[in-house]
Design a binder for this molecule. Structure first.
Ligand SMILES: CC(C)(COP(=O)(O)OP(=O)(O)OC[C@H]1O[C@@H](n2cnc3c(N)ncnc32)[C@H](O)[C@@H]1OP(=O)(O)O)[C@@H](O)C(=O)NCCC(=O)NCCS
Length: 205
């Protein structure tokens, strides 16, 4: 029984590693890495955090860690038009959050972008901006996308300011499950070409 439980846990954790085909991307303060099993504990802790989840209009997880592993295994692949990266600091290699492209549509050249810094002491130090710019440059330069979009709660001023700094502009509003969101977009045509030696988003592997 114990052995079967261990095998099951190992299987779930190894599926966390299922997107190792993604590159590692270099920013100026952070690097974006394919998700690994080592991220599971902090991901779970952040998703249990009601205050953090509320900043994106979501409910906290109620599941146990083992149930979470079963559910999350399906979330971290590159299937269903999603590319999920762990955000790690360059200075300490600390896992501080995640960011992802969702609804990746190569034909239309579009994707949705999402980000969460789970570690509160990292808010407001430019990590979010650097992670977003790294993703933006990867999406536009390497994937050839022409439009990125996201939604953020109307009252999430820090997030909105961060996204504006990255070049996103509001284009509409959305009322969803009682929450008022601002819709923001960034078009490749309106972005200046980054200088080659300074551009975050360069592939490390
Ligand atoms: C939103 C988030 C990604 C931003 O990353 P970050 O590293 O904290 O942001 P940055 O330091 O890059 O930029 C934040 C900007 O907002 C400003 N800011 C911080 N708090 C603010 C506030 N309460 N009101 C207005 N602006 C604020 C900062 O001064 C900075 O702008 P500046 O560089 O012009 O001074 C991060 O804080 C986070 O993940 N928070 C928790 C979850 C969340 O809100 N996710 C977003 C869901 S859409």
């Amino acid at each position: 029984m114990a052995a079967r439980l261990l095998i099951w846990i190992f299987t779930c954790l190894s599926r966390y590693d299922s997107n190792m085909t993604l590159p590692t991307l270099a920013g100026l303060k952070v690097r974006l890495c394919p998700k690994s099993a080592a991220d599971a504990r902090s991901d779970y802790r952040w998703q249990k955090d009601a205050e953090l989840m509320a900043l994106n209009g979501n409910e906290p997880l109620r599941e146990s860690f083992l149930d979470y592993l079963t559910l999350s295994a399906a979330d971290y692949g590159t299937a269903n038009g999603m590319e999920m990266f762990a955000i790690r600091t360059l200075s300490e290699n600390r896992h501080i959050g995640n960011c992802a492209l969702y609804q990746l549509d190569h034909a239309a050249g579009e994707a949705q972008l999402g980000i969460t810094l789970g570690e509160r002491d990292c808010w407001g130090h430019g990590y979010g901006h650097d992670a977003m710019m790294t993703m933006v440059n990867y999406a536009l330069e390497s994937l050839g996308l022409v439009r990125l979009h996201l939604k953020t709660l109307e009252n999430n001023d820090r997030a909105r300011r961060c996204f504006e700094k990255c070049g996103f502009s509001p284009y509409g509003k959305l009322l969803h499950e009682g929450h008022q969101y601002i819709l923001m977009e960034l078009r490749a045509a309106s972005m200046p070409s980054p200088a080659e030696d300074q551009a975050p988003g360069k592939m490390l592997s």
